[in-house]
Ligand binder design. Structure first.
Ligand code: ANZ
Length: 928
């Protein structure tokens, strides 16, 4: 083989790996394990672009490196195969989403295989496969069958709770449950009907049915989770989202809020992801206080983080949705209040929170009584108070809260400062670090002590207590869509939900005639004919959300074909957890919170060994597109080149990047591109390097079909090979950074591989490697590179490794080194990055086994040591000279030679120095 024939080489070894099942892995207790996981892709119709494999390449490098280091590496891939796009396509074309999904997966697989990933394909999973979603349904059932016991600090079987209800009611139960859950005695429990008992238990189950205000997206015909809604529109498709009250399956993730928060301290996640999760969970420590109402029996419960400011509470505000609003509104205020409530109902929480500058609200006509000071204060409603947070009611302290301040100013309500130094301020004085004034028994106390004191008094009076609040809400789990996991539940005549017996799982997704809601507004599953449990009971008609399967999929890879369990105990005991997880930062609060929650639940049940599923997370940055632009003269079909465009009146168009090389447009290809360009004319460059050519402009933006800047990895592989693609993606810059796909540098990487190839071949192209002993210089080159490459991988710095490989090959080329001892090591350390060429060279070097089965070479410090050092010589603190000494020269000898040297004597002028200090391998100091 004369030249570096990457096409043949890559095809050959991909086939070899497949035939020999090189990447198949089994649990092997004699070896340490390493689990490297990629966030599995949703197989979209567009296929992969060069941005998608970035993280996959990085995790593949780590996997290959760990294998060479003797680890047993689990490195699987699969497909997050349920989802909206396939279903939208089904609605438009009638094609079954399963078919679309199958086609898309086939394309993804081919593209992934072309890149030479070391995946164990025998463990491939698809969340839409009944053998997989059977276990998603099974986990759902376990959630239904458990409640969260605060005392035990973990999930326990619901049967234990039922027993307790039977024996002593729920007064001693300390469990996560709906706030409105009433207290009852054992007798009352026993007297309840089956339906009543079922409803009561729903207040405790970890997955439950409830009426919830949800994000309803009419265009998609479904409910969306908070993290699927961005700025009031659906994340997918950008359709408007409304607030609506609906009966939904919910996940009681709030039961795990505290553990989800604490767990963050133990895992190695990027700080921004941790911060986003902390904010999402939103733990806030404060107090609840009951204000009684003048003329009513009901009390208003408020949540405050600043009970120390209780003497500054000059009015109260309820959320417009608060249940007491209708009751306490006086006849005179009724009309105004009702109008206000109606308008507020149509504004999303986000809008209400972000639009704080527009102050609005209405007085209810009622007064409440401050339970600590006894003062009477007016009760208002305003939409800056959210129904879903805390208790949906606040005591307003305008002197110290900016929203309350704005409200008081607008409606001319009293403002009473209760913190030292706040009397004169022209805005809310918001500090947690000061002393209390104007507050009776709290006067003179520091905020912290005042909080403690006020809580103590409230408790003594029986009007309040300390309270921890979380911003996080329980997660809506229903989707009114077709292409998702069916919920394994049926309803009896009294609408009591029952789980399907385990032996009836999986509950298969039924066939329907159309993927649309029914006439009566039921989800698409309502169209399935004769779809009843035992021929008579209705199934749940909503399906699970996209995050169901991805909340536990990483366990399935451990034992992907098991039919008895989601994975065997042995497999889970061996693989334990994910050592390295690589994926996009867009999953920071969705998938990464939900899967941590499910994991903690499985941990509570003793089914998995670790409380946290992922040890380390890396977010790969996005590869942006580098778009090319052409400039068309207004109302003509003439295009003007980039540097001349300012002389004309033009409009800018995106041109497909495949028609452009190094920003030079292929004019003929452009004319063929679209019919209206067939007779396009061009005003070309008049001078410079691009003289006579049409020079395009460029812009860095999101990679997208619409902008014609999508680069398909298949094309890059065709032109340069997969090894070049892999190296190049890493070479682009640090893994976590956003960076444009700029093909201008790819030639350099390709040339590097050809140069590497030539190290092993003579001029005539014959393989030519000798068994001669390497020189010290050659040893130093290779050992320094081994050291650097290993350290780089260990800190996930892949771009710097690639440059050190380049330097190494340049230096070995300059040294004309073709020695086996050196080149073998080079092949090994390069093999995680460029596995195909490495496998080829490894075999050319005479090995029969795959390079992936070899061992990572150790670097030997002895070659890295310098044998001499150039000492700077400082005389009375000034750098005066430099002298080089071999490292084996004793200090006494160095001193003698230095003092005798002419360049030193010039400064010592014959005097005997007071001191000579020699810091080995650093510096020589002389003091005269
Ligand atoms: C009195 C007070 C005085 C407050 C003061 C703040 C400053 P975080 O930290 O986010 O939990 N609040 C309570 N429930 C609310 C709701 N449903 N909608 C809007 N605001 C609500 O904030 C808790 C604080 O936010 C509470 O403490 C309450 O105002 C307000 F100088 O009570 B505070």
């Amino acid at each position: 083989m004369a030249d570096y024939a990457y096409r043949e080489i890559e095809k050959k070894w991909q086939q070899f790996w497949k035939d020999k099942q090189i990447y198949k892995v089994e649990a092997d207790p004699s070896k340490p394990k390493f689990y490297a996981l990629d966030m599995f892709p949703y197989p979209s119709g567009a296929g992969l672009h060069v941005g998608h494999p970035l993280g996959y390449i990085a995790s593949d490098i780590v996997s290959r490196f760990k294998r060479l280091q003797g680890f047993n590496v689990l490195h699987p891939i699969g497909f997050d195969a349920f989802g909206l796009p396939a279903e939208q396509y089904a609605i438009q074309t009638g094609q079954h989403p399963a078919l679309t999904t199958e086609e898309n997966i086939a394309r993804y697989k081919e593209q992934l295989q072309n890149i030479g990933f070391s995946y164990d394909w025998s463990r491939e999973i698809r969340t839409s496969d009944p053998s997989f979603y059977r276990w998603t349904q099974w986990i759902f059932q376990q959630l239904f069958n458990h409640y969260y016991d605060e005392e035990a600090g973990k999930a326990l079987p619901i049967n234990q709770l039922i027993q307790q209800f039977e024996q002593e009611g729920n007064s001693k139960v300390n469990a996560s449950c709906d706030e409105e859950t009433p207290a009852f005695y054992a007798e009352e429990w026993k007297a309840m009907s089956a339906k009543q008992q079922s409803d009561m238990l729903l207040n405790y189950r970890l997955t439950y049915l409830a009426d919830a205000v949800v994000n309803w997206c009419p265009a998609l015909g479904t409910v969306l989770a908070n993290d699927e809604v961005k700025d009031g529109v659906s994340e997918r498709g950008g359709f408007p989202v409304e607030r609506k009250r609906m009966r939904q399956w919910m996940m009681r993730i709030t039961a795990y809020a505290d553990r989800l928060l604490k767990g963050l301290d133990e895992i190695d996640f990027p700080e921004p992801v941790k911060e986003m999760q902390r904010n999402w969970i939103g733990k806030s420590i404060g107090a609840e206080l009951d204000f009684s109402l003048k003329g009513h029996d009901e009390k208003i419960k408020i949540f405050t983080t600043r009970i120390d400011t209780i003497f500054g509470a000059t009015f109260m505000v309820l959320a417009p949705e608060h249940e007491l609003v209708a009751k306490i509104t006086t006849p005179a205020q009724k009309e105004e209040v009702e109008n206000y409530v109606e308008v507020a109902a149509n504004r999303s929480e986000r809008e209400r929170m972000s639009n704080v500058k527009v102050v609005s609200g209405v007085f209810t006509g009622s007064y409440a009584i401050n339970p600590i000071s006894g003062e009477e204060v007016p009760v208002w409603i305003a939409d800056y108070v959210l129904a879903g947070y805390g208790t949906g009611a606040v005591m307003a302290v305008p002197a110290h809260d900016s929203r309350d301040w704005a409200f008081a100013k607008h409606f001319n309500l009293p403002i009473r400062p209760v913190l030292e130094g706040s009397e004169e301020t022209e805005e809310a004085f918001d500090t947690k670090n000061g002393y209390i004034i104007n507050s009776d028994f709290l006067n003179g106390l520091h905020v912290k002590d005042a909080i403690a004191k006020a809580i103590q008094v409230a408790e003594e009076k029986g009007v309040g207590q300390a309270k921890v609040n979380f911003r996080m809400r329980d997660a809506v789990f229903s989707r009114q869509r077709y292409w998702g996991e069916p919920v394994p539940v049926y309803f009896d005549e009294e609408e009591v939900p029952h789980l399907l017996p385990e032996e009836d799982l999986p509950l298969l997704l039924p066939e329907v005639d159309q993927y649309l809601p029914t006439e009566s507004g039921e989800p698409p599953l309502g169209r399935a004919e004769n779809w009843k449990y035992k021929g008579k009971y209705s199934y749940e008609l909503s399906t699970m959300p996209g995050w169901a399967g991805s909340s536990w999929y990483f366990y399935r890879y451990m034992d992907a074909r098991n039919e008895e369990a989601f994975a065997s105990k042995e497999a889970i005991d061996y693989w334990q957890d994910v050592d390295l997880y690589i994926g996009g930062s867009e999953h920071a609060t969705g998938h990464l919170l939900y899967s941590r929650f499910w994991n903690k639940f499985l941990y509570d049940l003793g089914l998995v060994p670790k409380d946290e599923p992922y040890k380390k997370l890396i977010n790969q940055g996005m590869i942006q597109g580098r778009s090319n632009l052409v400039y068309r003269l207004k109302e003509s079909n003439t295009f003007v080149s980039h540097s001349l465009k300012e002389l004309y009146d033009y409009s800018t168009l995106h041109v497909d990047v495949s028609l452009v090389q190094n920003d030079i447009l292929d004019i003929e290809a452009f004319r063929q591109w679209r019919p209206d360009f067939v007779d396009a004319e061009f005003i070309v460059e008049k001078e410079g390097a691009a003289e006579g050519k049409y020079l395009c402009g460029y812009e860095v933006e999101k990679m997208s079909k619409r902008l014609y800047n999508v680069v398909n990895p298949d094309d890059v592989i065709e032109q340069y090979g997969a090894d070049t693609l892999r190296l190049y993606e890493m070479f682009l810059g640090p893994l976590e950074q956003f960076k444009p796909w700029n093909t201008n540098g790819i030639d350099g990487v390709f040339k590097f591989l050809r140069k590497l190839w030539r190290l092993f071949h003579d001029e005539a192209g014959n393989f030519n490697v000798t068994d001669d002993t390497p020189t010290r210089v050659e040893q130093k080159i290779i050992h320094a590179t081994i050291k650097k490459a290993q350290e780089d991988i260990e800190r996930y710095s892949f771009n710097t490794s690639v440059s050190s490989f380049m330097i190494c090959v340049n230096e070995l080329t300059a040294a004309k080194c073709n020695k086996r001892e050196v080149l073998e090591k080079l092949v090994l350390i390069l093999s995680p990055y460029a596995p195909h060429i490495s496998e080829e060279l490894w075999h050319l070097l005479g090995h029969q086994e795959s390079v992936t089965r070899a061992a990572y070479p150790a670097f030997d410090e002895k070659y890295l040591q310098e044998d001499s050092h150039e000492y700077p010589i400082s005389i009375n603190g000034k750098m005066r000279a430099k002298m080089t000494f071999s490292l084996d020269v004793p200090a006494k000898e160095i001193e003698r030679e230095v003092l005798a040297a002419e360049q030193v004597q010039r400064w010592t002028e014959g005097k005997t120095p007071k001191k000579v200090i020699i810091v080995p391998k650093k510096i020589i100091n002389i003091v005269i």
